[in-house]
Write a protein that binds this ligand. Sequence first.
Ligand code: NAP
Length: 281
Amino acid sequence: MGMTEALRENLLHGQVAVVTGGGTGIGKIIARDLASHGARVVIASRNLERLEATAAELRALGGSVKAAACDISDPAQVKTLANAVLAEHGRADILVNNAAANFIWPSEKMTPVRWRKVIDIVLNGTFYCSLEFGSGMLAQSSGSIVNIVAAYAWTGAPGLAPSASAKAGVMALTRTLGAEWAGRGVRVNAIAPGPIDVPQTRERLWPTEEMRRKVLAGTPLGRFGSEEDVSALVLFLSSELGRNITGEVITTDGGQSLGRGALDMLGEIQKLRRKPAPASA
Ligand code: NAP
């Protein structure tokens, strides 16, 4: 089958996908879209009640979605999850490491407990999941891991020291595992979203119209990203469409990392040029 024909076919038919943090926000839409393209999906996080409700909602759309409780910062729970997926489905083909937590806090006020909490979930949890599901993928000589990081991991971000550090660690892990497992059928990539408008960010990061306007003013495409902007890349990277890509981090941020400063300066220069030259005496 040609590459783009795969788009018309049932792209992920017969594949088993695990999405951590799949009960809410971006993870929920990733789970929905993987399922609608034919994958059997397991969503995993700590709050089983919320996961069950999401799984039921997504099953009502026609896909195969099941919920499993797992705190990814606990390696024993991750092992139990991997064994349960193996017992039920016999394999895992796609792992989306999406679960995360953060605290918005000036670094000098950060406590070691909070620091460890974020590192434990984002960096350590991603590693535990990659190890447990990755070893199954290596044994079957096929699989794809997609890590959801954040655009601010490229630069650092005021108030987000633990998250930015952990996500930068996950970027390094992506490249490392991408190289280590490339010859053994397993691809490892990451997606770095800029601002994505989900309930969690609306509540905590841009709760007022003024703050929303400020974020958009710094985004050349002038729009917030949506969950679908991330899930489209997950579909691409995790399927046959992304077969030639590994160890890569793809940013989806509306051009925010390009900065608005130079663009605004260009506008000012253009305005000056349009002004008539002062009349000579
Ligand atoms: P969200 O709705 O808060 O999702 C986070 C998920 O992680 C929740 O479903 C939560 O479920 C799960 N989780 C937290 N701790 C966990 C643990 N110890 N074990 C297992 N699951 C855990 O936020 P979101 O915005 O959709 O974020 C999804 C991903 O995108 C994250 O990696 C985030 O860093 C990244 N991202 C988001 C944005 C944005 O603007 N929204 C930008 C850049 C990157 P439980 O509470 O049930 O455990």
